[in-house]
Design a binder for this molecule. Structure first.
Ligand SMILES: Cc1cc2nc3c(=O)[nH]c(=O)nc-3n(C[C@H](O)[C@H](O)[C@H](O)COP(=O)(O)OP(=O)(O)OC[C@H]3O[C@@H](n4cnc5c(N)ncnc54)[C@H](O)[C@@H]3O)c2cc1C
Length: 413
């Protein structure tokens, strides 16, 4: 029986169903998933809606309306997501609507600086996908990541920030005195200043089967996909803070969580390690590497793992696998921008750009402001920035710091 306002009817082997699931998951939109191959009544409903044809995905909404095999753009439009800006030019365009971007935007908009935020997924970034933020100052009992993100979004809206969603930034640059931003739909917007706050994303293992089974057994977000594994057996890959914290969350759904750790110990805080190691539903396998994700009918069923000391391989049955092995910065779209990145792709900023008194080209009369990139007037904040501390509070703090520097930049230019 569906419990959400959106029901996605599909089958586990269907790539368009996976794409729609991924879109809804990334936008933090609750939905019920029904595999029509396991539910004859649901299959009949799909056939009725499609005049005798069995077409999936069929997505049914609370008012009875439905979409059949929608593109992401059609789905965004149906969900009322704003994907096009009202103007083509702004004082400031913020790339990324996570804690850094939204905090910067509410600071600048509050000071009457025209601000557009462009976000490709859900507002709140990684914070929105975190079950509970326990270290937020001012929240003695912690706060759910989604609640914090909604509050941040509402606050930005209150100050008049224009927000675009389901729109990916594909490139940035400088043309004459203006900075421009290209989005995935081919639109181009200009601004007097830019703030890059695109954060980072989960690293992948890059082993056979991983891409194939994403959304069909391989996941990177326990909050989004954990509820699909009620009463199931799952694996978590990784040994750091994310892997251990998310394993604890997954025990709420799964019957058994097996953590596969490449090394011989966790790289997580002692308090979390203790909780994990004493949890009755959690099992840990040290010195274990995943070599392949194996499935049947496009659904993950097994993991081929290897003991990296003995070399011995084993195939273990699992209904799902959650990968938490680190982060990579979301900076691919900056490749041709001229913005200096460090060797891992994070953005270099501020005084780290000045070496022995020599500044990057473009900075003839002054040093870069704090959080300004190698392109004057283009700033960076949060997890995407080299040397950032990868925390919500510091990302928000960097957002406010960048906003104040941008205010000064706009005053001078
Ligand atoms: C599982 C997990 C648990 C965590 N727990 C905590 C915790 O308890 N406490 C804590 O302080 N921190 C925690 N963190 C870290 C914290 O969430 C991040 O440090 C913080 O969200 C970084 O904020 P940000 O705005 O810099 O980047 P992000 O949160 O990554 O936001 C960046 C945004 O930019 C968007 N974006 C990226 N590329 C593009 C593009 N090309 N076009 C348009 N938009 C784009 C992304 O969709 C995203 O919404 C956790 C992180 C994870 C993954």
């Amino acid at each position: 029986m569906p419990t959400s306002e959106i029901t996605l009817y599909g089958a586990h082997w269907c790539p368009d169903c996976r794409r729609s699931k991924q879109f809804l998951g990334e936008h933090q939109i609750p939905y019920d998933w029904i595999d029509i191959e396991e539910d004859p009544a649901a299959e009949q409903l799909v056939i009725e809606k499609n005049q005798g044809k069995r077409i999936i995905p069929t997505i049914v909404f609370a008012d009875g309306s439905f979409l059949v095999e929608p593109s992401n753009a059609e789905l965004a439009a149906k969900l009322g997501l704003k994907t096009t800006a009202s103007r083509s030019h702004y004082d400031l365009i913020v790339l990324g609507g996570g804690p850094a971007g939204l905090t910067a935007a509410l600071y600048t908009a509050r000071e009457a600086i025209d601000t557009l935020v462009i976000e490709r997924a859900a507002f709140g970034g990684q914070a929105a996908g975190t079950e509970k933020l326990d270290n937020m100052p001012g929240f003695p009992d912690g706060v759910a990541g989604i609640e914090f993100s909604n509050r941040l979004r509402q606050q930005a809206e209150r100050f008049g920030v224009e927000l675009l969603q389901a729109q990916e930034v594909a490139g940035v640059g400088i043309h004459d005195n203006y900075k421009f931003v290209r989005t995935g739909d081919g639109s181009q917007y200009t601004a007097r200043a830019l703030l890059i706050a695109t954060g980072s994303r989960y690293k992948r293992l890059n082993v056979p089967g991983e891409n194939e089974y994403i959304g069909a057994g391989v996941h990177f977000c326990a909050t989004c996909d954990g509820p699909f594994y009620k009463g199931k057996q799952i694996a978590v890959i990784g040994g750091g803070n994310s892997a251990t914290e998310e394993s604890l969350l997954l025990t709420k759904f799964a019957d058994q969580v097996t953590i596969l750790v490449r090394g011989g110990e966790f790289k997580a805080t002692r308090i979390i390690q203790d909780k994990v190691l004493s949890h009755p539903k959690i099992q840990v396998r040290w010195h274990t590497e995943v070599k392949e994700f194996i499935g049947a009918e496009s659904k993950l069923t097994h993991l081929r793992v290897q003991d990296n000391r003995s070399g011995q391989e084993e195939t273990i049955p699992k209904d799902g696998a959650f990968i938490f092995i680190g982060l990579v910065p979301n900076t691919k779209f900056l490749e041709d921008s001229g913005i200096l990145l460090n060797r891992w792709g994070f953005i270099v900023s501020g005084h780290n750009l000045v070496h022995g008194g020599s500044r990057p080209a473009g900075y003839r009369k002054r040093d870069p402001f704090l959080l300004e990139t190698s392109l004057p007037g283009v700033f960076a904040a949060g997890d995407v920035r080299d040397a950032s501390t990868k925390q919500v509070v510091s990302a928000a703090g960097e957002g406010s710091t960048a906003a104040l520097a941008i205010r000064e930049y706009l005053r001078l230019n």
